[in-house]
Design a protein. Structure first.
Length: 261
């Protein structure tokens, strides 16, 4: 699906200059289910990794993998990010990479995806559903079951972008766990959580980690954060019981596999 994401660029390169950031000894790839909070984990980690090791060319995806392989070179370690589905080529590419896979509760993911496609920031082949072109309820169904020839369905996205990687050495991180610990940064559990996340990326927890996490997680620095999207329709804050049942019918066992049920 061809699309353009509009919005102001973030200012985190300048923000990060006040921190002494560590150098990676091994490549790190922040993989994610699309619309699972990629900007959040990426922006947090940018506050810990030396800027010259940030992969800035593009979001890494299957179609771009051939030209993105430099991001995974062991002799020039970088931290990169994207939405790389499972495939033979991808498995070879990330074999020697510290691989994080970010997931999100499918119930909330459906709404996040619908909100994004109905926003002015998204320009693509679904513009005709905006501004009341389709009801919100129907758009939500498209996010679950797909739109023929235009949008893949929930089950395929989660299967190839998350479930398939669960059988590998990839570390699965839940978006909700990041958010919960952001709300409780002063706690020991938050310290344990972010210490583990950094360790999975080959980094130690610095003494000023809370300040770094707060800086990276600032929603004003994410063009796709909920508050920064100009949505063309009124969206519900929670998925309806009917739509939840459709998710469970379409992808039975998925939420339990990911740790949400």
């Amino acid at each position: 699906m061809n699309a353009i994401i509009r919005g102001k660029p973030d200012n985190l390169d300048a923000v990060g200059e006040r921190f002494e950031r560590a150098r990676l000894a091994q490549p790190v790839f922040l993989n994610s289910v699309p619309k699972a909070g990629t900007h959040l984990i990426r922006n947090i980690m940018r506050m810990f990794v030396a800027p010259e090791q940030h992969w800035r060319r593009e979001y890494i995806q299957h179609a771009l993998l051939t030209r993105s392989r430099d991001a995974f070179q062991p002799d020039q370690p970088m931290i990169s990010w994207g939405h790389l589905l499972f495939s033979d080529e991808a498995a070879v590419a990330v074999r020697d990479v510290r691989h994080i896979v970010l997931v999100r509760d499918p119930y909330d993911w459906v709404l996040a995806r619908a909100r994004f496609y109905l926003s002015d920031e998204f320009q693509g082949n679904l513009d005709h559903i905006k501004h009341g072109g389709a009801t919100v309820e129907d758009v939500i169904m498209m996010m679950i079951l797909g739109a023929h020839g235009r949008v893949p369905d929930l089950r395929d996205i989660f299967t190839m972008n998350a479930v398939a990687w669960m059988g590998s050495k990839a570390v699965i991180v839940r978006y909700e766990d990041i958010v919960d610990n952001l709300k409780d940064l002063g706690s020991k559990r938050a310290e344990i959580f972010f210490s583990r996340l950094l360790a999975d990326c080959g980094l130690e927890l610095p003494t000023d980690w809370r300040e770094r996490v707060e800086a990276g997680a600032d929603p004003r620095q994410s063009r796709t954060a909920r508050d920064n999207l100009k949505v063309t329709a009124e969206m519900p804050t929670t998925l309806s019981d009917t739509h939840k049942r459709v998710v469970d019918f379409h992808a039975p066992g998925l939420r339990a596999l990911l740790g949400y049920a």
